[in-house]
Design a protein around this ligand. Sequence first.
Ligand code: MN3
Length: 213
Amino acid sequence: MQNEYYPFVNLPLPYKYDALEPYIDTKTMMLHHDRHLQTYIDNLNAILRTHPWLQRLSLEQLIQNASSLPYDTQNILRNNAGGVYNHRFYFDGLQPSAGQQPVGALAAAINRDFGSIEQFKKDFQAEAQSVFGSGYAWLVGTCDKLYIITTPNQNSPIEAGLCPILTVDVWEHAYYLKHYNLRADYIIDWFHVVNWEQAEQNYQSCIKPCHRN
Ligand code: MN3
């Protein structure tokens, strides 16, 4: 796939910077995408420039193979390849029309595993609030069950072989300008702009291998 290999470029957001107003503000989106994500991309390219044997690995492979690399390289890759992957996943999981609800097979799986959409939102919110310091909350899927997990820093669930469906970035830079220290309010606002069609597509790729026998 395009832009999955070195050198990485910062693709534009799939919507305008102000598209998520009033839930996520324009300035936060500009800084988050153009400065924070850009820095991860620049750092990742800089590491790969001096480690040419890693340039043939895709973004996902860099993360999945991080633990087999020398310790100093391992952490810097986990932080920066993870920073690129996680931010792209987060931004691609948002959309401007407020108030979408889960759809398709994912909606059915959420009802199956959490009892209701409302209960899922409560559980997800609690997990996202529980992240101490910087990190992410994720909905991940296996063949027969959904799980809510959290990751610290820029660690990514794909390193552990988990299949991500949805994520919220709870680093303070994702919400501080608008929500200050109120992460709970940010998560409530974030739910308004979740791209549930994208989440359903992600879920379909998670369960695709399950149908092969
Ligand atoms: Mn971030």
